[in-house]
Design a protein around this ligand. Structure first.
Ligand SMILES: Nc1ncnc2c1ncn2[C@@H]1O[C@H](COP(=O)(O)OP(=O)(O)O)[C@@H](O)[C@H]1O
Ligand SMILES: [Mg+2]
Length: 249
């Protein structure tokens, strides 16, 4: 297969980033955006340089969680991501706006490539990507274009959600992509089925995040976001990621 010349431009853009973590799931509504945003904020609070990249073509929402308003992008041989709450922040919402823009497969690929080519990330310890649900074009394109992505998978306690996660795991394994583990969000009882099922897949169970009614009120407020049950759990996850960092240095 001929090498796509854009691949080298994209990887040049990402060269200053130590780790790229895609927060993904088979389903929507499981908390990917909340987990991605809170994880990024948590890592930044730990003193890391962090970027957050919203690539959910089905409904970007991290800008709502962070209450990003009226930002104009700075163009300088590409686009320098604005800094929001200490995060280098980029979202496709800057390009598609709030209007419904149904994109077909090839348009999604082109928009994704364009975003990756124009965005000038600084030197980052972590780039957290908020992914669209499922196993569509974005995941396939990203994996093709950027070889070194690690996946952090979010599920709810529902076995229906987990069933779609299994499909995603199978795909990622076929593509030989590393999976950090599975986190169970919006837990409301004490069942262990997801932990057991995660074990059967041979993956790391990163723990559970309880359903926390405070989450909805925390939207748009950094301090509140960092005080939810989501943040509490993700502080532990972040610690784990930072330990790996230390060992590798
Ligand atoms: N642990 C939680 N407790 C309560 N509400 C949550 C929790 N995690 C996420 N939510 C809420 O659930 C909804 C879906 O979360 P979101 O992050 O948008 O999911 P996704 O990105 O997977 O579609 C949002 O309204 C979010 O605020
Ligand atoms: Mg989302």
């Amino acid at each position: 297969m001929p090498v796509d010349p854009r691949t080298s431009i994209i990887n040049e853009r990402l060269v200053g980033i130590r780790r790229i973590i895609a927060v993904s799931s088979g389903k929507g509504g499981v908390g990917k955006s909340m987990v991605a945003t809170t994880l990024a904020l948590t890592l930044a609070h730990n003193g890391c340089k962090v970027g957050l990249f919203d690539l959910d073509f089905t409904g970007p929402s991290t800008h709502i969680i962070l209450d990003v308003q009226n930002l104009t992008l700075k163009e300088e041989k590409g686009i320098v991501p604005p800094t929001i709450y200490g995060l280098e922040y980029m979202s496709l919402v800057y390009f598609v706006g709030e209007n419904p823009t149904p994109l077909r497969g090839e348009d999604v690929s082109n928009a994704l490539i364009e975003l990756l080519v124009v965005t000038r990330w600084g030197a980052l310890d972590f780039l957290v990507i908020d992914m669209p649900p499922g196993i569509g074009d974005v995941i396939l394109d990203l994996v093709r274009l950027i070889k070194r992505i690690e996946f952090l998978i979010v599920t709810t306690p529902s076995l229906l959600a987990f069933e779609t996660v299994k499909k995603q795991v199978n795909l990622l394994r076929e593509l030989k992509m590393p999976i950090i583990g599975i986190i169970e969000n919006m837990k409301m009882d004490v069942t262990e089925s997801i932990e057991v099922e995660t074990g059967k897949l041979g993956l790391k169970y990163l723990g559970e995040i309880p359903y926390d009614p405070k989450v909805e009120c925390a939207i748009g407020d950094e301090a509140e976001l960092l005080s939810t049950a989501v943040a509490k759990k993700l502080r532990q996850v972040a610690k784990g990621l930072l330990l790996v960092e230390k060992r590798e240095r």
